[in-house]
Design a protein around this ligand. Structure first.
Ligand SMILES: *Cc1c(COP(=O)(O)O)cnc(C)c1O
Length: 392
């Protein structure tokens, strides 16, 4: 076996697909020290610049003093601390849904929730560009897995129309992680009503960024603002991206949450994240709530980048979110651009297949409220310089 592993790794290297980790010696921020060198970074999903926020660091230190550092047991045994419980209630109130349940990561939430809510005889309908963990959750659930072309409402409707599944669940990214565009969520919700389906929205990249006070994509589309809300909505958001810490939550009807507490295996058979993280997240959600200035700065940086990047060959995808992908095409070409920027002291990750479709390798530029206009100007100048240097 080891020989074949080695061979596969060598092939990846030859194809320009070998991934390498950078070693970080600084906090996660817009200026980082990676592999012993300082860089201006456009790599993180810390969209509001909270991952190294002084008041969150203080909250974590204080909470660890009160609650210790470990949860010790499954949430169903003695691992469910008051800090966890308070955060669940705060998150449900914040996104304006009846109830919420914490998971240790977004990956665990998707696997556990799809696995619990769908099974044999049921069907999951998924956008082809969904995040890998929605796919994994679907496979794990053993439900019939139907994929439709990206954001293609008509294609989804064709699938729903002929489906004879007992329960139907539409599962989509709200903001697509490698494209930055939004799913037509209101259209999907209308299809749910028409075909008696439920909607599972993964808001990993909308939570904290979109909607009033950063309440996320459902709020952005006015779907959770007023009563009555559709009981067909189930949302998930990660807490390691805009919220700056770690973990995730699922929110929806009380009966859904009660069911997940019994049946989501990645909740039941896993130790919850430390209670101190929940206390830190409680402070983070307050910063998100009061973070209109951060979001205003972020949006002005997005607009600046889009208005000022004028390239001949490479193109920014149509995105209004902090995820601004610059499509390059070939794997080696994308890698060469990323490496060139790195020599200028700027880190932007090259994203290659299988994360994105073949022939669409790209630089995934992600902007943060912690960036300054100067930072973005530097990036724009560097990409322009790269285009002339690399002979694009
Ligand atoms: C990052 C991400 C996840 C996974 O969340 P983690 O908390 O990092 O495990 C799930 N869905 C989407 C769309 C993501 O981008």
């Amino acid at each position: 076996m080891l020989k074949s592993l080695q061979k596969e790794l060598e092939q990846r290297q030859a194809d320009g697909l070998l991934r390498q980790r950078r070693l970080l010696d600084s906090p996660q921020a817009e200026h980082i020290v990676a592999n012993n060198k300082p860089y201006l970074s456009f790599c993180s999903n810390d969209y509001l610049g909270l991952a190294n926020h002084p008041s969150l660091i203080a909250a974590m230190q204080q909470a660890a003093g009160n609650a210790g550092v470990g949860s010790g047991a499954s949430g169903l045994v003695t691992g469910h601390h008051r800090y966890h419980d308070d955060l669940e209630k705060q998150l449900a109130r914040f996104v304006n849904l009846p109830a919420a349940l914490l998971f240790s990561t977004g990956y665990m939430a998707n696997i556990g929730t799809l696995g619990a809510l769908a099974g044999r005889g049921d069907a999951i309908f998924a956008d082809k560009l969904n995040h890998a963990c929605l796919n994994d959750g679907s496979y794990y659930s053993l439900a019939e897995f139907n994929r439709f072309a990206h954001n293609d409402v008509a294609a989804l409707e064709r699938l729903l129309k002929v489906s004879t599944a007992k329960h139907k669940l539409i599962a989509v990214d709200a903001v697509f992680s490698m494209d930055g565009d939004l799913a037509p969520i209101p259209d999907y919700l209308a299809l749910c009503e028409k075909y008696d389906a439920y909607l599972y929205v993964d808001d990993a990249h909308g939570f904290g960024v979109l909607g009033e006070q950063g309440k996320g994509s459902l709020n952005y589309f006015h779907l959770t603002k007023n009563m009555p809300k559709s009981p067909r909505i189930i949302m998930m958001a990660t807490l390691g991206k805009a919220a700056g810490v770690a973990g995730s939550f699922v929110a929806g009807e009380q009966v859904v949450i009660d069911y997940l507490i019994q049946k989501a295996k990645s909740y039941v058979y896993s130790t919850p994240a430390p209670p101190a993280l929940s206390a830190t997240l409680a402070a983070s959600v307050k910063l998100i709530e009061q973070g209109d200035d951060l979001r205003a700065n972020l949006n002005s940086l997005i607009a600046y980048l889009k208005d000022n990047l004028k390239l001949k060959k490479w193109q920014l995808m149509a995105s209004d979110t902090p995820i601004q992908p610059l499509v390059v095409g070939g794997n080696k070409e994308a890698l060469a651009l990323s490496e060139y920027l790195q020599t200028l002291g700027i880190l932007v990750p090259a994203i290659r297949p299988p994360t994105v479709p073949v022939g669409t390798a790209r630089l995934r530029i992600s902007l943060s409220a912690a960036h300054t206009l100067e930072d973005v100007k530097k990036l724009v100048a560097a990409i322009h310089q790269a285009e002339s240097e690399l002979g694009a």
